[in-house]
Write a protein that binds this ligand. Structure first.
Ligand code: 1CP
Length: 352
Protein backbone atom coordinates (compact mmCIF):
# COMPACT_ATOMS: atom_id res chain seq x y z
CA UNK A 1 0.00 0.00 0.00
CA UNK A 2 1.35 3.40 -0.92
CA UNK A 3 1.37 6.33 1.40
CA UNK A 4 -0.40 9.31 -0.09
CA UNK A 5 0.33 12.68 1.35
CA UNK A 6 -2.84 13.00 3.45
CA UNK A 7 -4.24 16.42 2.57
CA UNK A 8 -2.66 16.48 -0.86
CA UNK A 9 -5.54 17.81 -2.91
CA UNK A 10 -6.75 20.12 -0.17
CA UNK A 11 -3.40 21.64 0.65
CA UNK A 12 -2.64 22.20 -2.99
CA UNK A 13 -6.15 23.36 -3.75
CA UNK A 14 -5.75 21.80 -7.13
CA UNK A 15 -8.83 22.66 -9.16
CA UNK A 16 -8.03 19.74 -11.42
CA UNK A 17 -8.10 17.25 -8.51
CA UNK A 18 -11.24 18.82 -7.07
CA UNK A 19 -12.96 18.23 -10.40
CA UNK A 20 -11.81 14.61 -10.42
CA UNK A 21 -13.34 14.34 -6.94
CA UNK A 22 -16.69 15.36 -8.48
CA UNK A 23 -16.93 19.15 -8.07
CA UNK A 24 -18.28 21.28 -10.94
CA UNK A 25 -16.05 24.39 -11.04
CA UNK A 26 -16.41 27.63 -13.00
CA UNK A 27 -14.19 28.15 -14.87
CA UNK A 28 -13.24 24.49 -15.30
CA UNK A 29 -9.61 23.37 -14.98
CA UNK A 30 -7.80 23.21 -18.34
CA UNK A 31 -5.05 21.07 -19.87
CA UNK A 32 -4.59 19.84 -23.43
CA UNK A 33 -3.59 16.43 -24.73
CA UNK A 34 -0.17 16.76 -26.45
CA UNK A 35 0.27 20.17 -24.85
CA UNK A 36 4.05 19.67 -25.05
CA UNK A 37 5.37 19.11 -28.54
CA UNK A 38 6.40 20.35 -31.92
CA UNK A 39 4.01 23.30 -32.15
CA UNK A 40 6.13 24.98 -29.43
CA UNK A 41 9.42 26.58 -30.59
CA UNK A 42 11.00 25.91 -27.18
CA UNK A 43 10.19 22.18 -27.61
CA UNK A 44 11.73 22.07 -31.09
CA UNK A 45 14.86 23.74 -29.76
CA UNK A 46 15.29 21.25 -26.90
CA UNK A 47 14.33 18.27 -29.07
CA UNK A 48 17.13 19.19 -31.49
CA UNK A 49 19.63 19.19 -28.59
CA UNK A 50 18.39 15.89 -27.10
CA UNK A 51 18.88 13.81 -30.22
CA UNK A 52 16.09 11.32 -30.80
CA UNK A 53 12.59 11.38 -29.37
CA UNK A 54 13.31 8.45 -27.03
CA UNK A 55 16.49 10.19 -25.80
CA UNK A 56 14.25 13.08 -24.84
CA UNK A 57 11.84 10.73 -23.00
CA UNK A 58 14.63 8.94 -21.11
CA UNK A 59 16.68 11.99 -20.06
CA UNK A 60 15.02 13.37 -16.89
CA UNK A 61 16.57 16.83 -17.21
CA UNK A 62 15.14 17.28 -20.71
CA UNK A 63 11.83 15.49 -20.15
CA UNK A 64 11.19 17.60 -17.04
CA UNK A 65 11.84 20.80 -18.95
CA UNK A 66 9.57 19.80 -21.84
CA UNK A 67 6.78 18.79 -19.42
CA UNK A 68 6.90 22.22 -17.78
CA UNK A 69 7.16 24.34 -20.96
CA UNK A 70 3.41 24.56 -21.69
CA UNK A 71 2.61 25.25 -18.02
CA UNK A 72 4.94 28.25 -17.98
CA UNK A 73 3.63 29.59 -21.25
CA UNK A 74 -0.12 29.06 -20.73
CA UNK A 75 -0.68 28.63 -16.97
CA UNK A 76 -2.57 25.37 -17.51
CA UNK A 77 -4.03 23.56 -14.49
CA UNK A 78 -2.22 20.27 -15.06
CA UNK A 79 1.06 19.08 -16.54
CA UNK A 80 1.24 15.72 -18.30
CA UNK A 81 4.44 13.73 -18.04
CA UNK A 82 6.43 13.94 -21.26
CA UNK A 83 6.79 10.32 -22.36
CA UNK A 84 5.01 7.96 -24.74
CA UNK A 85 2.66 4.99 -24.56
CA UNK A 86 5.29 2.88 -26.39
CA UNK A 87 7.78 2.91 -23.51
CA UNK A 88 5.73 -0.02 -22.13
CA UNK A 89 6.49 -2.42 -25.04
CA UNK A 90 10.07 -1.09 -24.92
CA UNK A 91 10.30 -2.12 -21.24
CA UNK A 92 8.79 -5.52 -22.13
CA UNK A 93 11.78 -6.12 -24.39
CA UNK A 94 10.46 -5.08 -27.82
CA UNK A 95 12.50 -2.96 -30.18
CA UNK A 96 10.88 0.51 -30.44
CA UNK A 97 12.11 3.23 -32.79
CA UNK A 98 10.75 6.61 -33.79
CA UNK A 99 11.36 7.45 -37.43
CA UNK A 100 11.77 11.17 -38.05
CA UNK A 101 8.69 12.59 -39.76
CA UNK A 102 6.93 9.20 -39.82
CA UNK A 103 6.25 7.97 -36.29
CA UNK A 104 6.78 4.86 -34.21
CA UNK A 105 8.09 1.56 -35.62
CA UNK A 106 8.17 -1.77 -33.78
CA UNK A 107 9.02 -5.27 -35.00
CA UNK A 108 5.55 -6.74 -35.62
CA UNK A 109 4.41 -9.58 -33.34
CA UNK A 110 2.59 -12.34 -35.14
CA UNK A 111 2.40 -15.43 -32.90
CA UNK A 112 1.93 -16.77 -29.41
CA UNK A 113 5.67 -17.53 -29.40
CA UNK A 114 6.28 -13.78 -29.79
CA UNK A 115 4.07 -13.13 -26.75
CA UNK A 116 6.03 -15.71 -24.76
CA UNK A 117 9.26 -13.98 -25.71
CA UNK A 118 8.17 -10.79 -23.92
CA UNK A 119 9.73 -10.17 -20.53
CA UNK A 120 7.72 -11.90 -17.80
CA UNK A 121 7.13 -8.55 -16.08
CA UNK A 122 7.70 -4.98 -17.17
CA UNK A 123 11.26 -3.84 -16.43
CA UNK A 124 10.66 -0.92 -14.08
CA UNK A 125 14.42 -0.35 -13.68
CA UNK A 126 14.64 0.28 -17.41
CA UNK A 127 11.97 2.98 -16.95
CA UNK A 128 13.66 4.53 -13.88
CA UNK A 129 14.43 7.76 -15.84
CA UNK A 130 10.70 8.16 -16.49
CA UNK A 131 9.87 7.91 -12.78
CA UNK A 132 12.72 10.26 -11.94
CA UNK A 133 11.17 12.76 -14.36
CA UNK A 134 7.84 12.43 -12.52
CA UNK A 135 9.56 13.22 -9.19
CA UNK A 136 11.46 16.16 -10.64
CA UNK A 137 8.38 17.66 -12.25
CA UNK A 138 6.32 17.26 -9.08
CA UNK A 139 9.06 19.02 -7.09
CA UNK A 140 9.21 21.93 -9.55
CA UNK A 141 5.50 22.31 -10.24
CA UNK A 142 3.42 24.83 -8.34
CA UNK A 143 1.35 23.09 -5.62
CA UNK A 144 -1.88 24.38 -7.20
CA UNK A 145 -1.12 22.41 -10.38
CA UNK A 146 -1.53 18.68 -10.85
CA UNK A 147 0.81 16.22 -12.56
CA UNK A 148 -0.79 13.56 -14.78
CA UNK A 149 0.95 10.25 -15.43
CA UNK A 150 -0.33 7.98 -18.19
CA UNK A 151 -0.21 4.78 -20.17
CA UNK A 152 -1.80 3.53 -23.36
CA UNK A 153 -4.72 1.15 -22.93
CA UNK A 154 -3.79 -2.49 -23.53
CA UNK A 155 -5.70 -2.57 -26.83
CA UNK A 156 -4.08 0.53 -28.30
CA UNK A 157 -0.58 -0.55 -27.25
CA UNK A 158 -1.26 -4.03 -28.66
CA UNK A 159 -2.22 -2.54 -32.04
CA UNK A 160 1.25 -0.97 -32.33
CA UNK A 161 2.96 -4.18 -31.13
CA UNK A 162 1.12 -6.36 -33.65
CA UNK A 163 1.08 -3.96 -36.61
CA UNK A 164 4.50 -2.50 -35.91
CA UNK A 165 3.19 1.02 -36.56
CA UNK A 166 0.10 3.20 -36.60
CA UNK A 167 -2.11 2.85 -39.61
CA UNK A 168 -5.36 2.22 -41.36
CA UNK A 169 -7.86 1.13 -38.69
CA UNK A 170 -5.09 -0.81 -36.92
CA UNK A 171 -6.12 -3.77 -39.10
CA UNK A 172 -3.28 -6.24 -38.28
CA UNK A 173 -4.21 -6.34 -34.59
CA UNK A 174 -7.92 -6.72 -35.32
CA UNK A 175 -7.18 -9.52 -37.72
CA UNK A 176 -5.10 -11.34 -35.12
CA UNK A 177 -7.86 -10.84 -32.53
CA UNK A 178 -10.39 -12.53 -34.89
CA UNK A 179 -8.09 -15.30 -36.14
CA UNK A 180 -6.28 -16.13 -32.91
CA UNK A 181 -8.24 -14.67 -29.99
CA UNK A 182 -6.21 -16.70 -27.46
CA UNK A 183 -2.95 -15.23 -28.75
CA UNK A 184 -4.37 -11.71 -28.68
CA UNK A 185 -5.81 -12.30 -25.19
CA UNK A 186 -2.40 -13.47 -23.94
CA UNK A 187 -0.85 -10.23 -25.22
CA UNK A 188 -3.63 -8.11 -23.67
CA UNK A 189 -3.16 -9.91 -20.33
CA UNK A 190 0.56 -9.09 -20.34
CA UNK A 191 -0.26 -5.48 -21.10
CA UNK A 192 -2.81 -5.26 -18.27
CA UNK A 193 -0.08 -6.31 -15.80
CA UNK A 194 2.54 -4.03 -17.34
CA UNK A 195 0.25 -1.00 -17.60
CA UNK A 196 -0.93 -1.25 -13.99
CA UNK A 197 2.67 -1.58 -12.76
CA UNK A 198 3.73 1.41 -14.87
CA UNK A 199 0.87 3.58 -13.57
CA UNK A 200 1.59 2.58 -9.97
CA UNK A 201 5.27 3.47 -10.38
CA UNK A 202 4.25 6.91 -11.66
CA UNK A 203 1.83 7.42 -8.73
CA UNK A 204 4.56 6.37 -6.29
CA UNK A 205 6.99 8.81 -7.89
CA UNK A 206 4.55 11.69 -7.37
CA UNK A 207 1.93 11.72 -10.15
CA UNK A 208 -1.35 13.12 -8.79
CA UNK A 209 -3.59 11.36 -11.31
CA UNK A 210 -3.24 9.01 -14.27
CA UNK A 211 -4.86 8.83 -17.69
CA UNK A 212 -5.36 5.69 -19.78
CA UNK A 213 -5.37 6.46 -23.54
CA UNK A 214 -7.33 4.10 -25.78
CA UNK A 215 -6.84 5.93 -29.05
CA UNK A 216 -7.92 3.16 -31.43
CA UNK A 217 -10.67 1.10 -29.77
CA UNK A 218 -13.51 3.38 -30.94
CA UNK A 219 -13.53 1.63 -34.32
CA UNK A 220 -14.32 -1.77 -32.79
CA UNK A 221 -17.82 -3.28 -33.00
CA UNK A 222 -19.54 -3.35 -29.58
CA UNK A 223 -18.75 -6.97 -28.62
CA UNK A 224 -15.06 -6.59 -29.52
CA UNK A 225 -14.97 -3.20 -27.79
CA UNK A 226 -16.32 -4.81 -24.60
CA UNK A 227 -13.69 -7.54 -24.69
CA UNK A 228 -10.60 -5.67 -25.87
CA UNK A 229 -11.16 -2.14 -24.56
CA UNK A 230 -13.59 -2.11 -21.61
CA UNK A 231 -12.49 -5.30 -19.82
CA UNK A 232 -8.72 -4.64 -19.88
CA UNK A 233 -9.11 -0.96 -18.87
CA UNK A 234 -11.38 -2.03 -16.00
CA UNK A 235 -8.74 -4.56 -14.95
CA UNK A 236 -5.97 -1.91 -15.04
CA UNK A 237 -8.09 0.44 -12.87
CA UNK A 238 -8.79 -2.35 -10.37
CA UNK A 239 -5.10 -3.29 -10.13
CA UNK A 240 -4.15 0.33 -9.52
CA UNK A 241 -6.88 0.87 -6.94
CA UNK A 242 -5.89 -2.33 -5.10
CA UNK A 243 -2.61 -0.57 -4.25
CA UNK A 244 -3.66 3.10 -4.24
CA UNK A 245 -7.38 3.07 -3.37
CA UNK A 246 -7.92 6.79 -3.98
CA UNK A 247 -5.91 7.05 -7.23
CA UNK A 248 -7.66 9.55 -9.53
CA UNK A 249 -8.03 7.94 -12.96
CA UNK A 250 -9.14 9.36 -16.33
CA UNK A 251 -10.19 6.83 -18.98
CA UNK A 252 -10.21 7.99 -22.61
CA UNK A 253 -11.68 5.53 -25.10
CA UNK A 254 -11.50 7.81 -28.10
CA UNK A 255 -14.56 7.59 -30.31
CA UNK A 256 -16.49 5.25 -27.99
CA UNK A 257 -19.68 7.05 -29.07
CA UNK A 258 -22.78 5.00 -28.26
CA UNK A 259 -20.51 2.50 -26.46
CA UNK A 260 -19.59 5.10 -23.80
CA UNK A 261 -22.53 4.32 -21.46
CA UNK A 262 -21.57 0.64 -21.08
CA UNK A 263 -17.90 1.59 -20.85
CA UNK A 264 -18.55 4.12 -18.06
CA UNK A 265 -20.82 1.67 -16.22
CA UNK A 266 -18.01 -0.91 -16.11
CA UNK A 267 -14.87 1.21 -15.68
CA UNK A 268 -14.38 2.74 -12.20
CA UNK A 269 -12.64 5.92 -13.43
CA UNK A 270 -13.14 9.41 -11.96
CA UNK A 271 -13.40 10.99 -15.40
CA UNK A 272 -14.05 10.01 -19.00
CA UNK A 273 -12.45 11.60 -22.05
CA UNK A 274 -14.76 12.75 -24.85
CA UNK A 275 -13.52 12.83 -28.44
CA UNK A 276 -14.14 15.67 -30.90
CA UNK A 277 -16.85 13.80 -32.78
CA UNK A 278 -19.04 12.97 -29.76
CA UNK A 279 -22.49 14.37 -29.05
CA UNK A 280 -21.90 16.22 -25.76
CA UNK A 281 -25.44 15.81 -24.42
CA UNK A 282 -25.29 12.07 -25.10
CA UNK A 283 -21.86 11.82 -23.44
CA UNK A 284 -23.25 13.55 -20.40
CA UNK A 285 -26.15 11.10 -20.17
CA UNK A 286 -23.72 8.22 -20.59
CA UNK A 287 -21.71 9.26 -17.50
CA UNK A 288 -24.27 9.78 -14.72
CA UNK A 289 -23.55 11.12 -11.24
CA UNK A 290 -20.51 13.11 -10.21
CA UNK A 291 -17.98 11.51 -12.46
CA UNK A 292 -16.26 14.13 -14.59
CA UNK A 293 -16.08 14.55 -18.35
CA UNK A 294 -12.93 15.70 -20.15
CA UNK A 295 -12.86 17.25 -23.60
CA UNK A 296 -13.78 17.99 -26.31
CA UNK A 297 -12.73 21.09 -28.27
CA UNK A 298 -11.85 20.24 -31.88
CA UNK A 299 -8.04 20.39 -32.35
CA UNK A 300 -8.68 21.81 -35.83
CA UNK A 301 -10.70 24.67 -34.32
CA UNK A 302 -7.58 25.31 -32.22
CA UNK A 303 -5.56 25.54 -35.45
CA UNK A 304 -8.18 27.93 -36.89
CA UNK A 305 -8.33 30.27 -33.87
CA UNK A 306 -10.44 33.44 -33.99
CA UNK A 307 -14.22 33.35 -33.69
CA UNK A 308 -14.38 29.66 -34.62
CA UNK A 309 -12.22 28.75 -31.63
CA UNK A 310 -14.25 30.94 -29.28
CA UNK A 311 -17.42 29.22 -30.50
CA UNK A 312 -15.88 25.78 -30.06
CA UNK A 313 -14.90 26.60 -26.45
CA UNK A 314 -18.30 28.13 -25.70
CA UNK A 315 -20.11 25.08 -27.09
CA UNK A 316 -18.31 22.74 -24.69
CA UNK A 317 -18.79 25.07 -21.72
CA UNK A 318 -22.49 25.52 -22.47
CA UNK A 319 -23.10 21.78 -22.83
CA UNK A 320 -21.01 20.61 -19.88
CA UNK A 321 -20.17 23.68 -17.78
CA UNK A 322 -22.46 22.78 -14.88
CA UNK A 323 -21.17 19.19 -14.78
CA UNK A 324 -17.72 18.29 -13.35
CA UNK A 325 -15.65 19.21 -16.44
CA UNK A 326 -11.97 19.27 -17.37
CA UNK A 327 -11.69 21.44 -20.45
CA UNK A 328 -9.45 19.77 -23.02
CA UNK A 329 -9.36 18.92 -26.70
CA UNK A 330 -11.10 15.94 -28.31
CA UNK A 331 -7.64 14.68 -29.40
CA UNK A 332 -4.07 16.00 -29.30
CA UNK A 333 -2.73 19.46 -30.21
CA UNK A 334 -1.63 19.40 -33.84
CA UNK A 335 1.83 20.42 -34.92
CA UNK A 336 0.60 23.31 -37.10
CA UNK A 337 -1.20 24.97 -34.15
CA UNK A 338 -0.15 28.59 -33.53
CA UNK A 339 0.80 28.77 -29.81
CA UNK A 340 -1.21 32.02 -29.47
CA UNK A 341 -4.36 30.04 -30.12
CA UNK A 342 -3.75 27.97 -26.99
CA UNK A 343 -3.48 31.22 -25.04
CA UNK A 344 -6.77 32.31 -26.65
CA UNK A 345 -8.52 29.09 -25.60
CA UNK A 346 -7.38 29.52 -21.99
CA UNK A 347 -8.40 33.20 -21.91
CA UNK A 348 -11.81 32.46 -23.41
CA UNK A 349 -12.59 29.68 -20.93
CA UNK A 350 -11.45 31.78 -17.96
CA UNK A 351 -13.32 34.93 -19.05
CA UNK A 352 -16.76 33.41 -18.56
O1 1CP B 1 9.13 15.15 -31.48
C1 1CP B 1 8.56 14.16 -31.97
O2 1CP B 1 8.80 13.70 -33.09
C2 1CP B 1 7.61 13.42 -31.12
C3 1CP B 1 6.17 13.40 -31.44
C4 1CP B 1 5.56 12.74 -30.20
C5 1CP B 1 5.23 13.37 -28.99
C6 1CP B 1 5.37 14.83 -28.64
C7 1CP B 1 5.32 11.35 -30.03
C8 1CP B 1 5.56 10.25 -31.00
N1 1CP B 1 4.84 11.15 -28.74
C9 1CP B 1 4.78 12.35 -28.07
C10 1CP B 1 4.42 12.57 -26.67
C11 1CP B 1 3.22 11.91 -26.13
N2 1CP B 1 2.57 10.83 -26.66
C12 1CP B 1 2.59 12.27 -24.93
C13 1CP B 1 3.18 13.33 -23.99
C14 1CP B 1 2.40 14.25 -23.26
C15 1CP B 1 1.52 15.26 -23.95
O3 1CP B 1 0.34 14.93 -24.21
O4 1CP B 1 1.95 16.42 -24.12
C16 1CP B 1 1.47 11.43 -24.79
C17 1CP B 1 0.43 11.44 -23.69
C18 1CP B 1 1.49 10.53 -25.87
C19 1CP B 1 0.52 9.43 -26.04
C20 1CP B 1 0.48 8.68 -27.31
N3 1CP B 1 1.52 8.26 -28.09
C21 1CP B 1 -0.72 8.15 -27.87
C22 1CP B 1 -2.07 8.27 -27.22
C23 1CP B 1 -2.73 9.58 -27.50
C24 1CP B 1 -3.06 9.88 -28.95
O5 1CP B 1 -2.43 10.76 -29.50
O6 1CP B 1 -3.97 9.21 -29.49
C25 1CP B 1 -0.38 7.46 -29.03
C26 1CP B 1 -1.31 6.75 -29.97
C27 1CP B 1 1.04 7.54 -29.18
C28 1CP B 1 1.86 6.91 -30.23
C29 1CP B 1 2.69 7.94 -30.92
N4 1CP B 1 3.85 8.45 -30.41
C30 1CP B 1 4.34 9.43 -31.25
C31 1CP B 1 3.44 9.53 -32.33
C32 1CP B 1 3.61 10.49 -33.49
C33 1CP B 1 2.40 8.63 -32.10
C34 1CP B 1 1.16 8.43 -32.96
C35 1CP B 1 1.47 7.63 -34.15
C36 1CP B 1 0.25 7.30 -34.97
O7 1CP B 1 -0.30 8.21 -35.60
O8 1CP B 1 -0.18 6.15 -34.96
Amino acid sequence: MVERRPDEAGSRESRFLRTLAGEALTPPPIWLMRQAGRYLPEYRELRARAGGFLDLCYTPKFATEVTLQPIRRFDLDAAILFSDILVVPHALGRDVRFVEGEGPRLDPMTSLADVHRLKEAIDLDFLAPVYETVSRVRAELDPSKALIGFCGAPYTVATYMVGGRGGEEQAPARLLAYREPDTFQALIDRLVDASAAHLLAQLRAGADAVQIFDSWSGDLPPAEFARWSTAPIKAVCERVRAEVPDAPIIAFARGAGAKLADFAAAVPANAFGIATSENLAAARRAVPGHRALQGAVDPIALVAGGAALDRAVDTVLEALGDHPLILNLGHGVRQETPPEHVAQLVARARSR
